[in-house]
Design a protein. Structure first.
Lengths: 251, 404
């Protein structure tokens, strides 16, 4: 059953047609990769899913409910978490505090005025956050200032924040961009393990074909704002259309 | 009562409580008849200003220090609090309890309205909006709303005020203008003790304000350590991450704005309780700027910083603005005549009415060399001393870091 249904989505920025009649459906529990050359509209599509942008036309339905016109926090509370291309973390807070915010958001909803009880008394939240950090092998960095983390650790922290919310759909925007090969492989293992353990549906935007073919069960290829082809990895690899879009000629 | 606070926080709270309660003793180190007596700060009028402006700055810091939203209009809530308190004195009773409660309630409602509109913008636009609202309030209080504010004369109490509660209970004084009291204890009642030439004054007004100051400080301490405080710090560092984490930042910032508005209202109400009159100048932009200076000078985002900043500014305002050319001539009398005149000419722009010049220079020095404010300065001195004392014996722990 499809948990995410994108139908006929179009988005225009002035004279630029960023998305044109995009159709895509993501099966529950699948890892679905979106690939394509720069400017293909992948990030724009992701922004339409999380409420950052509103499509000019078409529908986006998550678990039977439309996402259009909803605020980012409403969409997150419906069970969609997003990892950004450049890690978005609270750099002035500690690693643990970063994850605790995510846990509190899941428990308390979009707003709760709790100014009397202190964080030290929130044993559940603290325990949950530490558990997720331990899962990502970051528990020894819990009290570190998150600004001091390496780029790879910042990505892992952002992933920890998203996972602590137990999302139904996890959106990953180039989770291995700028990583060394060893870090990339570690991230692949991590995502695989998470997927097997929790069965979270994932949509991954990625340039690195190694990552895509290691993880994805289905691949959508985008070019010039529209879907070129959608298939299982084995058949994408040999598709001449894909090679043409990527290599810009007769591949 | 201290549930959920760690050792450092409890120690901080106890030290602040001790210093506040013993202030009449601590702040009076110089004998009353000595030349140094002018540097004493342990008299009620000044101590009251310390704790009242301390409350104002603590509240301001909840908004500015935690969320990063810089309001340039918080004096409006201070002024509204004062007007509300004086009106309670006029209409209901000279008891300070209804006055202070009304000051907080009215300032809270007022800040809800202003915050609702101003928080639609961030950064400099938010600051400008709050400044605009505060100046509007000032001008309204000064002219259009004269029936409520008594314009430039300021709102005062008179013998003929209704004071319905006082009259109903028969406690209304009929022969003179009454003074605010706390169930019979007049705010200006003072017990003086002389001890080794030092005069210690314990006033009802100071201790009433001090108890509310301690309550305000304790609430702020809990708020800083609470989930709500964590969300506010999240707003400061990465508002968009917060939105994609399922948090709507608006109600959080609005709540912080209203809480700091209520703190300002409490401070305004207390100012009126100590001296029952309210004038429009309390709402002017210079007053809004002053609380910004206090917070930055003391240390933005720290618990103790705004209190230190408020104390620092009010103390030096008091000392420096009293110094005139005559006193300067006395100070430099030991110099040859030409030098004496030269020194007096050099120093005089910085004292008396020109003390703001000193404040400005100090502010620049702090912002450039101590971005963490006085709190950072004390931490540096503390670490330096610890290093000097414990040199070669054991590594210095960072125990006090962030504790303030």
């Amino acid at each position: 059953m499809a948990i995410l249904e994108i139908r006929g989505v179009g988005k225009r920025f002035g004279g630029l047609q960023a998305l044109r009649d995009v159709n895509l459906s993501v099966e529950e529990g699948h890892v679905h990769a979106i690939i394509g050359p720069n400017g293909a509209g992948k990030s724009t599509l992701l922004n339409c899913l999380v409420g950052k942008l509103v499509p000019d036309e078409g529908t986006v339905v998550f678990d039977g409910r439309s996402l259009l016109g909803r605020k980012p926090w409403e969409i997150n509370q419906m069970g969609i978490s997003r990892v950004f291309q450049t890690p978005e973390i609270y750099s002035e807070l500690t690693v643990l505090e970063n994850v605790m915010i995510a846990c509190l958001a899941r428990r308390d909803g979009v707003f709760r005025l709790e100014a009397w009880k202190t964080l030290a008394e929130e044993d559940d939240i603290r325990g949950k956050a530490m558990q997720v950090l331990a899962d990502l092998k970051m528990e020894d960095k819990a009290d570190a200032h998150s600004a001091a983390l390496s780029r790879g650790d910042k990505r892992r922290l952002e992933l920890a924040m998203c996972l602590s919310q137990e999302p139904r759909l996890l959106l990953l925007d180039e989770p291995t961009a700028g990583m060394a090969r060893a870090d990339t492989n570690r991230t692949i293992e991590l995502l695989k393990e998470i997927q097997e353990r929790l069965g979270i549906t994932m949509v991954i935007i990625e340039h690195d074909m190694h990552v895509v073919f290691s993880l994805a069960e289905r691949i959508t290829v985008m070019a010039q704002g529209t879907v070129l082809v959608e298939d299982v990895p084995e058949r994408i690899r040999g598709n001449p259309k894909v090679q043409e879009a990527y290599l810009g000629g007769h591949g | 009562m201290f549930k959920g606070l760690d050792r450092n926080d409890i120690r901080l709270m106890l030290v602040v409580a001790l210093v506040t309660l013993a202030a009449p003793l601590i702040l009076n180190p110089f004998p009353a008849d000595s030349a140094w007596a002018q540097f004493n700060a342990g008299y009620p009028d000044l101590m009251q200003r310390f704790v009242i402006y301390g409350i104002f700055a603590i509240g301001f810091n909840i908004l500015f220090g935690l969320t990063g939203y810089l309001s340039f209009g918080h004096a409006a809530f201070l002024g509204v609090g004062s007007y509300a308190a004086v009106w309670m004195f006029k209409l209901l009773s000279m008891n300070v309890v209804p006055a202070v409660l009304a000051a907080m309630a009215i300032a809270g409602l007022f800040s809800l309205a202003i915050g609702w509109i101003s928080l639609r913008r961030t950064g400099i636009y938010f600051s400008i909006l709050t400044l605009a609202f505060a100046q509007m309030s000032y001008n309204l209080a000064y002219s259009v709303l004269t029936p409520i504010t008594n314009g430039e004369t300021g709102l005062q109490i008179s013998i003929n005020d209704p004071r319905v509660l006082d009259r109903a209970f028969g406690t209304a004084a009929s022969d003179s203008v009454p003074y605010p009291d706390f169930f019979g204890l007049q705010m200006n009642d003072t017990a003086s003790f002389e001890f080794f030439g030092r005069v210690f004054q314990f006033s009802v007004g100071y201790y009433f304000a001090a108890m509310l100051f301690l309550a305000a400080f304790y609430l702020a301490l809990r708020l800083f350590r609470s989930p709500f405080g964590l969300m506010l710090r999240g707003v400061k560092t990465n508002q968009s991450r917060l939105e994609y984490t399922g948090i709507n930042p608006r109600p959080y910032t609005l709540a912080a704005f209203v809480i700091s508005g209520v703190y300002a209202g409490l401070a305004g109400g207390l100012l009126a309780a100590m001296d029952p009159l309210a004038g429009a100048e309390r709402m002017q932009w210079t007053a809004s700027g002053e609380v910004v200076l206090m917070t930055i000078l003391g240390g933005v985002g720290t618990l103790l910083g705004p209190v230190l900043g408020a104390g620092f500014i009010k103390y030096f305002e008091n000392i420096l603005s009293k110094i005139n050319d005559q006193i300067l001539h006395q100070w430099f009398a030991f110099l040859p005549d030409g030098m004496e005149d030269f020194m007096v000419t050099l120093v005089s722009p910085f004292v008396g009415k020109g003390w703001h010049l000193t404040l400005g220079v100090l502010f620049m020095l702090v912002v450039i060399f101590l971005p963490g404010g006085l709190v950072e300065g004390f931490q540096r001195i503390g670490r330096l001393l610890a290093r000097l004392v414990g040199r070669g014996r054991k590594p210095v722990s960072d125990d006090d870091k962030g504790g303030a």
